[in-house]
Design a protein around this ligand. Sequence first.
Ligand SMILES: [Zn+2]
Ligand SMILES: [Zn+2]
Length: 136
Amino acid sequence: MTETCRGRCLCKAVSFEIDLPIFACVNCHCESCRRQCSAPMTTYIGIPDGHWRWTGKEPKVFHSSPGVERTFCDNCGTPISFRSQAMSGMMHLYLAALDDPEKFQPTLHVSHEEKLRWYEIGDDLPTHKGPDYTTK
Ligand SMILES: [Zn+2]
Ligand SMILES: [Zn+2]
């Protein structure tokens, strides 16, 4: 049987389930993620379509730029996911929405060039220019 893990928004209306293994776990420093999460950076996991599903109410979709969809709970406001046509077939769910956010560990910093100057990275993970970690 496939191992799964679950996540949800703060009010529990929106929930999801993913099948393991995940494709990636990265820290993102891009301005759009920062603004959506209202946080200096965020961490998300990448899961191929077909390996995740909504199990509660579906979140509301906001198109933050052409080809980019960001979702959030329209009741409590929790940011849930983003997806981009540039990384088609891949869903990205914010790690902190998982029931067990320590299940995965980031392996890369993406959009590193947008990092806030005062934010000092305290790890030795590689950095990537731009959001698309699926390319080198
Ligand atoms: Zn909610
Ligand atoms: Zn980002």
